[in-house]
Ligand binder design. Structure first.
Ligand code: PHE
Length: 353
């Protein structure tokens, strides 16, 4: 059957739409515009639908013919759109790949490696040594109470020995700890006289000193404490001798000189034989042949008692050393401020390449 007038008009309209759409698709340069064309022609509210609305006016015979034609036109427009879409997508991908091209021949950027601060490494080395001897590592607060920093260590208020350590007070009762010894008082208190103790505690300490080549208002210390039944001075000496040999070399000797600390009795200072002159006397050891390394002693009975340990049952030794000073001796550093001014040229010397 052939179309009569109404059908012919619709047929023309559809063909025209097809041609128009195909032309537009051909000129499109981006996916968004293509999408708009799709909506405008084949969409639910698009031109083809619009034309088909007029179908009601057509005869019963014409409708299936026009219906079929409309489907063909829609399919043809869709096919053109799909083809264009694939082409545009490919083009876009190629552009992107081109943009993201990596020049594998470019030399790489050097990666900067960080490393531990020389004092941190030294503290870890000392920790390892004492962990090997069965010690535990403990920490305590840097803002300390007057009680733990002084009183519990046999330094009551007004005691003249407090002047040995000029302090930064925050309030009457709080200060920046002047040594790591409060951690021994805290550890003993926490265990309340019930158990033996073998601990070391590294950390920062603060003193009201004017900074110069050998003084820093903030430096580091490591405190060691060993409390048990029958701990003797000879145990202290043996431990310190072992420490000195591991730290400075097997050929080093130690000597203990009588000294005074309020929290130990008897108290000693330990020297090691000078490596530079092997005991002959030189400028490093101030002509004495010996270099002072640390303070130590047998824990004062009052300190044990205040912490809840019965001094008739328990004895102990304690020692305190300064990693700053040890590092200075070990590496021949002449100014303590080098540790804290963070000049990379200085710090990097201690990192492996
Ligand atoms: N705390 C002492 C100081 O800072 C060092 C020390 C610790 C001495 C333990 C004896 C025993 O000077």
């Amino acid at each position: 059957m052939s179309l009569i007038k109404g059908g012919i008009i619709v047929q023309e309209q559809l063909k025209q739409l097809e041609q128009e759409a195909i032309e537009k698709v051909a000129n499109v340069v981006d996916l968004k515009a293509l999408q708009e064309i799709q909506v405008a022609y084949t969409g639910r509210k698009g031109s083809i639908t619009e034309v088909l609305r007029g179908m009601g006016k057509l005869s019963k015979e014409e409708r299936p013919i026009i219906g079929e034609l409309a489907n063909k036109v829609r399919a043809s427009i869709q096919a053109t759109i799909d083809e264009k879409k694939a082409a545009l997508e490919l083009e876009q991908l190629e552009k992107q790949l081109e943009k993201e091209t990596i020049d594998v021949t470019l030399p790489g950027r050097p990666v900067q490696f960080g490393g531990s601060h020389v004092l941190t490494s030294l503290i870890e080395e000392i920790e390892d040594l004492f962990i090997g001897l069965g010690y535990e590592v403990r920490e305590g607060p840097e803002v300390e109470t007057d009680y733990y920093n002084f009183e519990a260590l046999n330094l009551p208020k007004g005691h003249p020995a407090r002047d040995m350590q000029d302090s930064f007070y925050i309030t009457n009762e709080l200060l920046l700890r002047t040594h790591t010894s409060p951690v021994q008082a805290r550890t003993m208190r926490a265990l309340d006289g019930q158990e033996p103790i073998r601990m070391i505690c590294p950390g920062k300490v603060y003193r009201r000193d004017s900074d110069d080549a050998t003084h820093s208002h903030q430096f580091t210390q490591i405190e060691g404490l060993y409390v048990d039944k029958n701990v003797r001075m000879s145990d202290l000496k043996g431990t310190l001798d072992l420490f000195a040999k591991k730290m400075f070399g097997e050929d080093r000797d130690i000597r203990l000189r009588p000294s005074f600390f309020p929290f130990t009795e008897p108290s000693v200072e330990m020297d090691i034989s000078c490596k530079v002159c092997s005991g002959e006397g030189c400028s490093v050891c101030k002509q004495t042949g010996w270099i002072e390394i640390l303070g130590a002693g047998m824990v004062h009975p009052s300190v044990l008692e205040m912490a809840g340990y019965d001094p008739n049952v328990y004895t102990g030794f304690a020692f305190g050393m300064g990693p700053d000073r040890i590092a200075m001796l070990k590496y021949g550093i002449e100014d303590i401020r080098r540790f804290y001014t963070n000049d990379m040229r200085f710090l990097k010397q201690f990192h492996e390449a």
